[in-house]
Ligand binder design. Structure first.
Ligand SMILES: CC(C)(COP(=O)(O)OP(=O)(O)OC[C@H]1O[C@@H](n2cnc3c(N)ncnc32)[C@H](O)[C@@H]1OP(=O)(O)O)[C@@H](O)C(=O)NCCC(=O)NCCS
Length: 156
């Protein structure tokens, strides 16, 4: 994940600029999130023949950081993959599994994703998950209004 986070193309549309301190803190934050809440981002591993087990990135839930608290209380569904893995439907496949886990196992009433207005790839993933842009909030780290995409749990 360190390598993936260091790729400027990966970091281009994230919610805050990525520096070396953030890269070093990443694993501890994810592990701590799992420990505290019992859920968090999942590590993604390849199932492709010959590349089984190769680390690809993450998809899953995380509570939003305090500087984005205007997005509300519900955890965010996020996704981030190595550039070599893009464009093959893998983010959608992984995020769909994380979405279903959030509704079926964790019984969350709603999911959100905070997406940079120019992040078209991410918008496509959110659309394919059934999410819709619901409102905008100001992201002070980027000094930019960003979109909050949302999806309610299916009825029943
Ligand atoms: C966003 C991200 C996870 C998508 O991963 P992915 O595995 O390529 O996603 P998928 O293949 O499932 O879907 C990507 C969609 O974007 C589309 N796409 C590909 N290149 C694109 C481009 N240049 N412009 C717009 N859309 C594009 C694909 O066609 C696909 O849509 P489709 O299935 O309707 O054709 C990946 O690009 C990434 O890690 N980006 C950097 C981190 C990031 O921005 N995370 C999200 C923060 S909100």
């Amino acid at each position: 994940m360190v390598e993936i986070n260091r790729d400027p193309e990966v970091a281009r549309h994230l919610n805050r600029p990525v520096d070396e301190a953030a890269i070093a803190a990443f694993h501890g934050l994810v592990a701590g999130h799992w420990e505290q809440y019992g859920f968090g981002p999942y590590a993604l591993e390849s199932r492709e023949a010959g590349l089984e087990g190769r680390f690809l990135g993450f998809a899953g839930l995380a509570h939003v950081p305090p500087f984005l608290s205007a997005a509300g209380e519900q955890p965010e569904l996020g996704w981030r993959l190595a550039r070599s893995a893009w464009g093959r439907g893998l983010a959608t496949e992984a995020a769909t599994a994380a979405r279903d886990d959030a509704f079926e196992r964790l019984r969350l009433p709603q999911l959100i994703s905070i997406i940079h207005p120019e992040n078209e790839r991410s918008q496509r993933v959110a659309t394919k998950l059934g999410m819709q842009p619901s409102r905008q909030i100001h992201n002070p780290a980027l000094d930019l209004d960003v979109d909050v995409w949302a999806l309610d749990a299916p009825a029943g």
